[in-house]
Design a protein. Sequence first.
Length: 216
Amino acid sequence: YPFRETIEFKINLDKSGAFPFHLRIPAWAENAKVTVNGASWEGPVENNVAKISRTWQDGDRVALTLPMKLKASQWYDFATSLERGPLVYALKVQHEFKVKDRNDKYRAFYEAFPKSKWNYALYAPDLENLEAAFQAEELDWDGSYPWNLENNPIQIKARGVELPEWELHNGLPVFPAWWGTNQERGEQPPQFEEITLVPYGATTLRITEFPVYNLH
């Protein structure tokens, strides 16, 4: 957690004991499941907390499964962001650091610059069927620090439409004045490219609020 849907707990005891074991069920999780030693637990959940009261034995196991569904939300200037479970996702942008020096009291510093394309839009029809259009992929993970592009344990594959008219202004990816349709493209179908989304916290440079491309 928060990269996998199932969290497993192992109870280690010197001797058996009766006590409650509490599990918080996040509000975003629909149809969460709890098992104890492989058997489904159907006890009460109050205020998003499952309370498992029983006599525990050494080696007992509890598993909590939190289905992580995709969710799209609209933000400034009709831009769209994607979430899956507890995480917000952003475009995976490769970067490099360059030294900058403004010859002021702060002296030289490092600034990150993109090494891969970043000016993509999401395709409007894909947002109507998120589970089909956006594919979550679990990556091998050895437990190393996960909040970077190298060790990130989860990613989402999708398709994007490059917007050549979306350019950097003063080093910032300022949105075009308007999008949604592009008169220069006319009624030609968009040219899709595969894009990768990763958890926001794993990025240095990021596009999190995407423009949405539509033919009409």
